[in-house]
Design a protein around this ligand. Structure first.
Ligand code: SF4
Ligand code: SF4
Length: 451
């Protein structure tokens, strides 16, 4: 067992953490796929409104890599195809039938797994629509089916506020998880399955022989990009892919049953819910369906799918996408706070401990208010102190503003894991991680054109 200590990072202690208990929800009437949530994918639709689809039938493919298939999470009729700016497909909504039809794929027995070669297994996962779960570093694009990674990272848990707990998503699925890990062993040179040791003794006890790394550190120490960065310093170089523990279960389901997975466990958190907990429901379920199960409070709240720091605003009518395993509901925070600057901030959250809340050991309240407009960088160094991959975010940002891309790369732009911490803590309200995200995307596109 390897142990890794990650300096920097930050663990905000916030109200609204989900309980480990799980509520099993009835089937929603509609499900959706969110194509815009897949990194660097240009969808070519294979269905139109009114078409009938089955659970596991193809909805669209990637124009650049047509071998990548994106499948329907349910059986029924295509109700709406929602387009965003520049005709980007933002959602394909399916109204479910009473009796959903499903596609069948070849299931795998344990012995099949021993005898089949790697290429066959890759094709199995591509055909079953779960290949997009594998993503490669540093760009986090969907992994290339023709590549062999040196290391495949499996992230079991995260310190990102309100994330899914392994004891919840693994409940009743430990055997499937072990089967999924056997599958992964065929796909990569080596597996690095890791957990944050200080929090989850459950994983260490229940997954003995599977978990081979423990990571100590604050958010986002458990991010595969961060783990890879620090292992690389110890000489572990080479091509790296990653996947999450929750997604290992989806792979196991596909291969064991021969059907596209229909269900997922979601962590529900935030102060906009009276009973934050975990819910088990259909893959691609509506946000409103999940929220209703946790006693939502009345008021002006934002629903963030995919985690507090890295998630997207899913709105009130949105749907969960393939990579999202948590939904956070927090106040918009647009209300005016009279004489806010004179208040002691007993319930406010602050990285720099400038509020009196720092004196008390109790969870703080978080909302979407930035408490000010963007200003010029004051070189306070807060972003550098927090950055888990030892970048100099303020200098990287300035290099990008000056179009000095080589300088930005020298500062570690490709190591950025877009954890959002620097932007969260910046007293000048600069959206550093957003700036780095756009620059990385541009770099990836240029790299693809040159390839
Ligand atoms: S935290 Fe913001 S203001 Fe401070 S150095 Fe970084 S970019 Fe500049
Ligand atoms: S520069 Fe990137 S990795 Fe570093 S704190 Fe900001 S978002 Fe996170």
């Amino acid at each position: 067992m390897k142990t890794l200590f990650i300096p920097n990072g930050h663990n905000p202690d916030l109200r609204g953490n989900p309980e480990a208990s799980i509520i099993h929800l009835p089937r929603p009437s509609r499900l959706a796929v969110v194509p815009s949530a897949f990194p660097f994918v240009k969808p070519r639709l294979q269905v139109k409104e009114g078409d009938r689809v089955s659970l596991g039938s193809s909805l669209f493919e990637d124009k650049r890599r047509p071998e990548l298939r994106f499948l329907s999470p349910g059986g029924g009729t295509i109700e709406t195809i929602v387009f965003g700016p520049r005709r980007i497909v933002t959602a394909i909504i399916i109204r479910l039938d009473e009796k959903e039809e499903r596609e069948f794929f070849q299931p795998l027995e344990n012995e099949d797994l021993e005898t089949m070669d790697r290429e066959e297994l890759v094709q199995h996962l591509v055909k079953g629509g779960l290949w997009p779960l594998f993503r490669s570093l540093p760009f986090r694009a969907i992994a290339d089916t023709k590549e062999l990674p040196d290391t495949l990272y499996v992230r079991m848990d995260s310190h990102q506020p309100f994330s899914a707990l392994p004891e919840a998503y693994l409940q009743g699925h430990l055997e499937a998880f072990r089967f999924g890990i056997r599958v992964l062993k065929k796909l990569a040179g080596q597996l690095a399955v890791y957990t944050c040791a200080e929090q989850h003794s459950f994983v260490l006890n229940e997954c003995q022989g599977v978990v081979n790394h423990t990571v100590f550190g604050r958010y986002p120490a458990q991010d595969p990009g961060v783990v890879h960065y620090h292992l690389r310093k110890k000489g572990n170089t080479g091509k790296a892919w990653f996947i999450t523990g929750e997604d290992v279960l989806l792979i196991a389901h596909l291969l064991e049953t021969g059907t596209y997975p229909g269900e997922r466990t979601y962590a529900m958190g935030g102060t906009g819910l009276a009973s934050p907990c975990h819910v088990r429901t259909r893959f691609g379920a509506p946000v409103s369906h999940l929220i209703e199960a946790c006693d939502p409070l009345e008021g002006n709240f934002r629903n963030i799918a995919g985690g507090l720091f890295r998630g997207r605003n899913a709105g009130q009518e949105g749907f969960m996408s393939m990579y999202e395993t948590s939904l956070v509901r927090i106040p918009e925070g647009k209300e005016k706070e009279y004489f806010g600057f004179l208040r002691p901030g007993l319930s406010k959250n602050s990285v720099s401990r400038t509020f009196l809340s720092a004196l008390f050991n109790r969870p703080a309240r978080v909302d979407c208010n930035t408490h000010g407009e963007e200003r010029a960088c004051i070189n306070c160094g807060t972003c550098t102190r927090l950055c888990p991959v030892e970048m100099l975010p303020q200098f990287t940002m300035k290099a990008l503003h000056a179009d000095a891309i080589e300088e930005a790369l020298a500062h570690g732009l490709l190591d950025c894991v877009q954890c959002g911490l620097c932007a969260y803590a910046c007293p000048s309200k600069i959206d550093l991680s957003g700036i780095f995200g756009s620059a990385r995307e541009k770099l990836y596109q240029e790299q693809q054109k040159g390839a």
